[in-house]
Design a protein. Structure first.
Length: 145
């Protein structure tokens, strides 16, 4: 089985940060997560809106290439941070190591109460009629977008 990161053996001693979660994300699992996140965030909804606002086709394509380059830089930044701090916790750990426990604690609560619900709220309009059109006002033109 192809692993992105080598699996930890049962006999490996805990490191200075304590026990870690087992690393069992294979290549196909990682690909599925990336594809699911991309499709789930409305990739089929946004190109038409952008093309409507950008009349020039080369400029439209350039905007997508630049967006992809910025996204790649962000992904490589997170990969570097994950290699520097190989612990469970993700962004919480990075903030705790960089700024201390209080900003990390505040980020954790902000993620729970503001950031994550806001992201789900932004994604939701693209999925409002996906399962079926039986939801009230789904196809009546009530939505402002």
């Amino acid at each position: 089985m192809a692993y992105i990161v080598a699996p930890m053996s049962a006999s490996s001693p805990p490191d200075r940060w304590g026990d870690r979660l087992p690393r069992r994300l294979g290549l196909w699992s990682a690909v599925a997560v990336v594809i699911g996140s991309t499709i789930g965030s409305g990739i089929f909804r946004t190109p038409a809106t952008i093309a409507q606002r950008v009349d020039d086709v080369p400029l439209f394509l350039l905007s997508w290439v630049l967006g992809g380059a910025v996204t790649l830089c962000g992904a490589l930044t997170y990969a570097e941070l994950a290699a520097m701090f190989p612990r469970s916790g993700g962004i919480y750990v990075f903030i705790r190591e960089a700024f201390g426990p209080l900003p990390a604690f505040l980020f954790g609560w902000g993620e729970l109460l503001i950031i994550r619900p806001g992201a789900y709220g932004a994604i939701w309009p693209g999925k409002r009629c996906a399962p079926s059109s039986s939801w009230p006002r789904c196809s009546s033109g009530w939505w402002p977008w």
